[in-house]
Design a binder for this molecule. Structure first.
Ligand code: ZN
Length: 281
């Protein structure tokens, strides 16, 4: 019998005909997956050039407007996924106007989380041109829009998955955590800085982080990652960062992290207990 787990970070993006999701779901269920956070582009511009300015370079070859259109309303597909429990996060990186109305509509449609890719300036590490170039707006304006998105999500009782480099924008993130103590935030990828996320995890009980996309770093420096995870074992979520179109990635990450931690109790916290706690379940 496979270990049961939840994955807090799966991009609901696929390029094959939607029917094939049925096979993907049944494969994931067989592999032990119980549920996952599905990150969905709720809104995007029709111009692919603007889209690409806000997508990491590694994904540029995969992104197309046709595929984005296919995933925009994911709820009919989720019906094929039972008994998988899917929590939909609305990716709001392209939402600029009508923020409060749009967030209320998204909640009504069934979205339970807000996903942000906060890149107000160019990020050469993940190769994203950023909001300055995509929308022609200064950092202050991006802060303001992001703060409004978060406030709307919080008032709707939604949680927040907040991709951000804490080395550059740590104080803005801290302000958000402080302003919305009843809202759970997942700052994924350890916030790109264990030192910076350490401070936030220590200070704010509504701050979580996830393991997504960290496998290469774990391989490079296993001991310090193991001890960091041990220390924050109640606030770290397990996430793969896989695309739903790539179930192999979900499976291989889960088996890698399980072996890496070598402690079933901690692995169980990351993959189940903390996920349920994050969602208030
Ligand atoms: Zn991701």
């Amino acid at each position: 019998m496979n270990t049961q787990f939840y994955d807090c970070h799966i991009h609901f993006y696929f390029k094959f005909p939607a029917e094939e999701l049925k096979q993907v779901f049944s494969r994931l269920i067989q592999g032990g997956l119980m549920g996952f956070n599905a990150l969905v582009f709720a809104e995007f511009p029709s111009d692919i050039k603007t889209v690409l300015k806000m997508v990491p370079g590694a994904y540029h070859d995969h992104i197309s407007i046709a595929a984005l259109e296919m995933q925009q309303d994911p709820f009919p597909y989720f019906e094929w996924a039972a008994p998988l429990k899917i929590t939909a996060f609305a990716d709001a990186r392209f939402i600029v106007q009508g923020i409060e109305e749009k967030m209320a509509q998204l909640k009504q449609r069934g979205f339970q989380g807000l996903k942000l890719l906060y890149v107000p300036e160019e990020d050469t590490n993940i190769r994203v041109q950023g909001m300055e170039q995509a929308f022609g707006r200064p950092v202050k304006k991006s802060e303001e829009i992001t703060a409004r998105l978060i406030a709307s999500a919080a008032s709707q009782g939604m949680c927040v998955l907040f991709h951000v480099d804490l080395r550059r924008y740590g104080s803005f993130v801290e302000e958000m955590l402080q302003s919305h103590p009843a809202t759970n935030f997942n700052i994924p990828h350890f916030g790109f800085s264990r030192k910076a996320i350490y401070h936030l995890l220590e200070t704010y009980p509504n701050c979580y982080t996830d393991t997504s996309s960290l496998v290469p770093f774990m391989v490079e420096d296993p001991e310090s990652y193991q001890s960091f995870i041990r220390q924050f074992q109640d606030r770290i979520l397990y996430g793969s960062d896989a695309l739903i179109g790539d179930p192999e990635h979900v499976e291989s990450t889960q088996s890698f992290v399980g072996q890496f931690l070598d402690d079933p109790a901690i692995f169980q916290k990351l993959t189940c207990k903390n996920y349920l706690k994050f969602h208030g379940l």
